[in-house]
Design a protein around this ligand. Structure first.
Ligand code: 1PR
Length: 566
């Protein structure tokens, strides 16, 4: 089988490569226009932005050969942008023209009733559930991972385009096309390579069919469009987070802090023999396991997404040799759900002085297998600079440069706020008055009679900045971030539950998805944060690493509480 993969040069194409290898297929990359003649089967795992994809294909002379390949009747499988390029155009970049196989535009989701991007695990409805020969491995009882801001709206009045619809999905009030199929062409809006075992099944089904179909003429499907019965099936995501750093022996380990302090506590005096053992480890970096094996374990346990945060900067390694890249590469061959990588995504320099832009750093992580990068300190500085310029940006921040090339859905901002208390709230007239949260009379003793605002920090909480969490959240949304991860220095590692006031404040300030983080101590804390804030995802570290709560237990509690979970 002459299986080829098309890479136009941006985004995480390695996940699909890893998935195809895992399924036992050999493939080659399209590296020149001539390769299209050798290809008998083609997969285009388009990730990133519509314009970048079209420009990337044009500049490499691959656009017309791709069109010719599709018209030749040989099997084509487009994923996400690889499906969207089949359309006439996208409102993401009105000037860029698609292949126009499907006579319809791709348009933006409305964010009136929901967060955009549409990010997470959603269900699909097959257009023709009786047509078992053309399921292509899709299953209406499964969920698939979507991440996109633009979609092909299901519209019966455009019959020619609607006939391509193979399955639909619903987000908020909008019914959109989740997969298209006609003759030799199959395309999916979701990411099968990131949809766990049910996603791998789709790839496997299609690749095996294509192998068989090489010699046969393309089939033409003449099903009439049927109205979809779709309902919004988007589930809340449960994310397992691994803070990774080098321990004192130089090994990369998953660690976990209490309020960001990742070292074992120093005992006052080593009186008994067990105290003496503890005293030996006191001050050492806590070691909760190896990042790749823990990632694999969480994937198997049903985590909807994984997050790896590099919490030490490796100042002595050039970018290409960053130890975290090796971790990401290894994790991406074993884990088939989305991977977010954070820590150190900023303009930097190799030890020999070679400058590396944040875009270059992010690019290395995407090529290693990351789906999203998470930006911490740099995001705070970027918003500060924007506010100094009266709310205008110069387009050079890490958020903007990365979102432009890889799409906003690939850029997460991780914020590390902490409470700044006001002892006499009634006499406070400072700039954060409208954002103050007041302690309840029956709340924690230290909060009673006081108020606080949430202040942003940088460098893992070591430095506080004159910026509130609301200013930061709104600022990064404006700069083009696709998601916000809300940590809490006050709650991190405490097991007291998420800081619902903080999470709600951020959620109400933006229209992009928000992930609640820090403080989970019981499965019920997840239900509480979803019900009380409406966030799209919740993340925990300590309780999963220590085995105190299992991911499936969290999902069961959510389902019992009427919160959709996969
Ligand atoms: O500033 O872009 O280099 O990014 C640094 C990243 O590393 C940021 O995302 C920052 O949150 C993270 N980070 C830096 N120092 C620490 C530390 O712990 N000393 N980890 C750190 C932050 C917080 C969460 C944690 C949750 C859940 N870790 O990621 O996983 O609080 O924990 P829990 O469930 O156990 O309560 P840059």
């Amino acid at each position: 089988m002459g299986l080829f993969l098309l890479d136009y040069g941006a985004g995480n194409v390695h996940s699909i490569a890893n998935a195809i290898r895992k399924l036992g297929f050999d493939f080659q990359w399209i590296s020149s226009p001539d390769d299209f003649h050798k290809a008998t089967t083609l997969v285009f795992p388009g990730v990133g932005a519509f314009e970048t994809a079209i420009d990337g294909l044009s500049s490499k002379g691959l656009l017309q050969p791709l069109r010719d390949y599709i018209n030749s009747g040989k099997p084509y499988f487009g994923i996400c942008i690889g499906m969207q390029v089949l359309f006439e155009s996208s409102t993401e970049t009105p000037s860029a023209r698609g292949l126009a196989c499907i006579p319809a535009p791709i348009e933006a989701f409305s964010n009136e009733d929901k967060s955009v991007p549409h990010m997470g695990w959603n269900s699909v409805e097959l257009m023709d559930p009786e047509d078992k020969d053309h399921y292509e491995g899709l299953d209406e009882s499964s969920h698939y991972y979507f991440v996109h801001s633009y979609r092909f709206r299901y519209d019966e009045s455009n019959q020619e385009a609607a006939q391509w619809a193979h399955s639909t999905s619903q987000y908020g009030q909008e019914v959109f096309v989740a997969s298209v199929r006609r003759g030799n062409v199959f395309g999916v809006q979701f990411h099968p390579e990131k949809s766990g075992l049910v996603g791998l099944k789709i790839l496997d089904t299609w690749l095996r069919k294509s192998e068989f179909a090489q010699a046969s003429a393309p089939t033409s499907v003449s099903r009439g469009p049927r109205p979809p019965k779709a309902r919004d099936g988007l589930t809340k995501r449960i994310i397992a987070c691994m803070d990774v750093r080098a321990n004192d022996d130089g090994d990369l380990v998953v660690t976990k802090g209490d309020q960001y302090d990742v070292r074992e506590k120093v005992l006052p005096a080593a009186a008994s023999s067990s105290d003496a053992v503890q005293a030996k480890t006191a001050g050492a970096v806590r070691n909760l396991g190896k990042p790749v094996s823990l990632a694999e374990q969480y994937f198997a346990a049903g985590a909807d997404e994984l997050c790896l945060l590099n919490i030490t900067s490796f100042r002595h390694s050039p970018l290409h040799d960053q130890p975290m890249l090796a971790v990401v590469r290894a994790a991406a061959t074993r884990v088939f759900v989305p991977l977010t990588i954070g820590g150190g995504i900023k303009d930097t320099a190799d030890p020999d002085g070679t400058k590396r832009s944040a875009l270059e750093v992010a690019g290395e992580y995407f090529r290693a297998g990351a789906d999203k990068v998470s930006i911490g300190s740099e995001a705070v500085y970027a918003v500060e600079r924007m506010l100094e310029r009266g709310g205008n940006s110069d387009g050079t921040s890490a958020i903007e440069t990365i979102a432009r090339v890889y799409g906003r859905q690939a850029v997460v901002v991780s914020i590390d706020p902490k409470r700044t208390y006001i002892d006499e709230p009634s006499s406070y007239s400072g700039p954060y008055k409208s954002e103050l949260v007041y302690g309840e009379p029956d709340g924690a003793e230290k909060d009673r009679g006081k108020a606080w605002w949430y202040q942003c920090t940088v460098s893992g909480g070591r430095e506080s900045r004159p910026l509130s969490v609301v200013q930061l959240a709104q600022g990064v949304e404006k700069l083009g971030a696709g998601e916000i991860l809300v940590n809490s220095i006050d709650r991190d590692g405490t097991g007291l539950g998420f800081d619902v006031d903080l999470v709600r404040l951020v959620k109400q300030s933006v229209r992009i998805p928000v992930v609640a983080s820090s403080g989970a101590g019981r499965a019920e804390h997840f239900a509480e944060v979803f019900e009380q804030t409406g966030v799209e995802a919740a993340l925990a570290a300590g309780i999963f690493h220590r085995g105190e709560v299992q991911i499936q237990e969290v999902k069961q509690v959510l389902q019992r509480a009427g919160v959709k979970a996969r």
